[in-house]
Design a protein around this ligand. Structure first.
Ligand SMILES: Nc1ncnc2c1ncn2[C@@H]1O[C@H](COP(=O)(O)OP(=O)(O)OP(=O)(O)O)[C@@H](O)[C@H]1O
Ligand SMILES: [Mg+2]
Length: 419
């Protein structure tokens, strides 16, 4: 019986066997409560993928995302990879702790609880908040306001480009960009007031930027390079924007800029790597980046655009060449941009019940399925961590029991760690 590896094509399977894969769970054989765990499922980590991670509330999406991150960290190719988790809920900091409460369950899988070397990054302006609540973090990051185009600001603020505020915004940013590469939010505000627009238009726009100032994320430079260190797992904790109305706008600015930067760097790196390959030099210039986005429909929605929409769509469409991988987790695949959905070469779907979501998923993956998707979903046993893997690379569908986490999954109470 050949080993099961998903995400891997025949050529790689022949050449590399199981190198560069990680075990994420076991194949479920049989239906419903009769189903039992069979062969391990190896998951390809070495090649770029676009992966959809779906399932209704509480079915294990965030948990499984952590499992994949653990496998990347433990993998024999981890030094050629870097992983970024966009953490909107503030739950991944706990990956540094071993999952002791699942010790018995893990034993069943011949595994032991283990903490990972995850680094949690928070926006610089949120330090006080984190410290006062004794929430752990490793380092901070900032964004440079000069790194954003007027369109990106407009999307973040939900301003129409051809409204009065939109026109003013466009002129302000282009005037600033003509004069300098570096400007602050205060400079933007001064520039707005230097134009002869109606007072209410100017002050309306000023207000938006004053709000942005309060997000606590803007500084003199965009310090995002630290997230792409070789072999590292970076948790970008953007949960602190949870309470504010524009929370998803800030998060999308961060993700959009990050996606643009990484893609650009990987494209340059790829060129150098090809030259190295021709000369038989093996090391990659810049690690292949895995970006994992929980609540992905907020960043790349089916309707409307965020500052992260275009950069993420570019990853999805051309990411295979430069070598960037994306994991998009959401409760509602129907709410995710259809281009992202159709470009997924791998899907892990935990239980879904809403018809529109099952339909959305069925549409992209039907070619090699023997039954309709609903049949597969209905055959899953009613246990946590079960799901379906739809793999375009091997053109197979696998019911799966995802493995327990080695590191702690913070679903709720952080003070459960107190000893
Ligand atoms: N493979 C698994 N093995 C054991 N327990 C699991 C597994 N997957 C999920 N669970 C359990 O299910 C709980 C809910 O999982 P998770 O937080 O990932 O849900 P979710 O799908 O992200 O939900 P939401 O949509 O609310 O974000 C976890 O806290 C964990 O206890
Ligand atoms: Mg979740």
């Amino acid at each position: 019986m050949p080993k099961i590896s998903v995400g891997r094509d025949d050529e790689d399977r022949e050449e590399h066997g199981l190198k560069g894969t990680g075990v994420i769970g076991k194949h479920l054989v049989g239906e419903k409560q009769e189903a039992h765990k069979a062969n391990p499922i190896h998951f390809d980590l070495a090649r770029p993928h676009v992966m959809g991670l779906f399932g209704k509330r509480g079915t294990g999406k965030s948990y499984s995302m952590g499992t994949i991150a653990e496998e990347i960290q433990s993998s024999d190719v981890s030094q050629n990879l870097s992983t970024i988790i966009i953490d909107s809920m503030g739950i991944y900091w706990s990956m540094t702790r071993p999952n002791n409460r699942a010790a018995t369950l893990l034993e069943d899988w011949d595994m032991k609880p283990k903490g990972f070397d995850a680094k949690t990054y928070i926006p610089e302006g949120k330090v006080e908040e984190f410290e006062s609540q004794e929430m752990p973090y490793d380092d901070t990051f900032t964004l440079n306001p000069a790194d954003f185009t007027s369109q990106e600001w407009a999307m973040a603020f939900n301003i129409e480009m051809n409204s009065k505020q939109g026109i003013l915004l466009e002129r302000v940013i282009s005037k600033l960009k003509d004069n300098t590469d570096n400007y602050s939010i205060d400079d933007i505000i001064d520039a707005i007031r230097s134009f002869d627009f109606p007072k209410d238009t100017e002050e309306g726009l000023v207000n938006r930027f004053m709000t942005a100032q309060e997000w606590g994320v803007f500084g003199e430079e965009s310090s995002l390079e630290k997230f792409t260190q070789r072999g590292e797992l970076s948790v970008v904790d953007v949960s602190a924007f949870g309470e504010i109305a524009s929370g998803w706008s800030v998060r999308s600015l961060i993700v959009g800029l990050l996606a643009k930067r990484i893609l650009r760097k990987r494209m340059t790196a790829r060129r150098i790597e090809e030259i190295d390959e021709m000369q038989n030099i093996a090391e990659n210039e810049m690690p292949i980046t895995w970006m994992m986005i929980d609540e992905a429909h907020e960043f790349l929605p089916a309707e409307g655009k965020t500052p992260a929409s275009n950069p993420l769509l570019r990853w999805v469409k051309i990411g295979r060449e430069p070598g960037v991988s994306l994991v998009l987790a959401t409760q509602q695949p129907a709410k995710l941009h259809p281009d992202a959905l159709s470009q997924c070469d791998l899907v892990l779907s935990h239980r879904l019940t809403a018809k529109q979501d099952i339909d959305a998923l069925g549409e992209i993956m039907q070619t090699y399925m023997r039954y309709d998707l609903k049949h597969y979903i209905d055959s899953l046993p009613d246990r946590t961590g079960t799901g379906l893997i739809l793999d375009d690379n091997s053109e197979r569908v696998y019911p799966v029991q995802m493995r327990p986490r080695k590191s702690w999954h913070a679903g709720g109470t952080p003070d459960a760690f107190d000893e």
